[in-house]
Write a protein that binds this ligand. Structure first.
Ligand SMILES: NC(=O)c1ccc[n+]([C@@H]2O[C@H](COP(=O)([O-])OP(=O)(O)OC[C@H]3O[C@@H](n4cnc5c(N)ncnc54)[C@H](OP(=O)(O)O)[C@@H]3O)[C@@H](O)[C@H]2O)c1
Length: 284
């Protein structure tokens, strides 16, 4: 599915010439904005952000040390790269609002679930570059997983810039737009599934007598370690699982219980349901 996968780099390349707006700097937008600052990708004076409420804008402005207002049009005017972080149903209205500031020299990156690049291009009413992204919340720690797809008017340089931005906050893959709802169901929502798994493993540790803090640390580090093994060895997860599963040992008993409980099917259903829901978000 992915045309390309790139690992996060430790030293971010700065982009001093790019002025960026984050319109709708809520949970996800705020995470990206703070991660950009932390990774030194953009200096505070290169960033203009907006939110819906003036008092929140003031508080965030102080907290982040960047210009945060409720004026989308002005923020868009002052930027070359415009990130759209409002709720999916708000995207058309936001484009309408910033349309006077848009030119074909600007790049729009929407990370709103469900909203198609073509819908944004049409709302903008010009042949403007629109890139759709689906990041996730671990971007806050440089461990995000993002998928990007391109609209009809995106140049190679614009796509490369978008990839660079998301690579500084984690891994980035490029996919066809038809896969974006599936990405939303898998890695966009995925951190929530994994937190539940970690919480459940920690409860299990408590059940077999471990102190809760130790159980939580072991569960989280085990999840992290297993993910690192998959990503860094490139081995199939089944092969890595087999290496833990000694004949007549304890792991196979654990796996039996896990299969009886239907963990695989449950996870498949979770991603399927979230993908279905992701398809509807743009229309409510
Ligand atoms: N959360 C995730 O894990 C995640 C992951 C991937 C993608 N996304 C996408 O990110 C988008 C935002 O989700 P979220 O979870 O970050 O929600 P959120 O925290 O509610 O963020 C939405 C932000 O938009 C602001 N806003 C509302 N109306 C606005 C307007 N007219 N102009 C400018 N800003 C306005 C809100 O400001 P106020 O706070 O002042 O109301 C808020 O800061 C969604 O489209 C979602 O699909 C989210």
């Amino acid at each position: 599915m992915a045309e390309r996968t790139v690992e996060s780099t430790e030293v971010a390349a700065q982009l001093p010439q790019v002025r960026v707006a984050v319109l709708g700097a809520g949970k996800m937008g705020g995470i990206l904005l703070q991660a950009f600052l932390k990774q030194n990708l953009f200096a505070p004076e290169q960033i203009h952000a907006t939110v819906g409420h003036a008092e929140r804008a003031l508080a965030l402005s102080t907290q982040w040390g960047v210009d945060v207002t409720t004026n989308n049009l002005e923020a868009a005017r002052q930027s070359d790269l415009i990130l759209l972080g409002v709720k999916p149903m708000q995207v058309p209205g936001l484009i309408e609002e910033i349309r006077p500031a848009l030119t074909t020299a600007k790049t729009l990156i929407s990370f709103a679930a469900s909203v198609k690049t073509r819908a944004i291009e049409e709302a903008a009413g010009m042949e403007i570059a629109v890139i759709r992204a689906m990041p996730n919340t671990p971007s806050a720690l440089g461990a995000g997983a993002a998928a990007l797809c391109r609209g009809r008017f995106v140049s190679a340089a614009q796509m490369e810039l978008a990839e660079r931005i998301f690579e500084t906050v984690g891994r980035a893959v490029v996919v066809d737009e038809k896969h974006m709802d599936a990405v939303t169901g898998l890695s966009g929502s995925g951190p929530a599934y994994i937190y539940i798994i970690i919480e459940a493993l920690a409860e299990a540790g408590v059940k077999v007598g471990l102190p809760r803090d130790i159980a939580t640390e072991l569960a989280a580090q085990t999840t992290f370690g297993a993910a690192k093994m998959v990503l860094e060895t490139g081995y199939h997860p089944a092969m890595l699982k087999d290496a833990v599963t000694t004949p007549a040992g304890s792991t196979i008993d654990g796996i039996m219980a896990l299969e009886e409980g239907g963990l695989r099917v449950t996870l498949i259903k979770a991603v399927m349901r979230a993908t279905e829901r992701a398809k509807q978000l743009a229309t409510g």
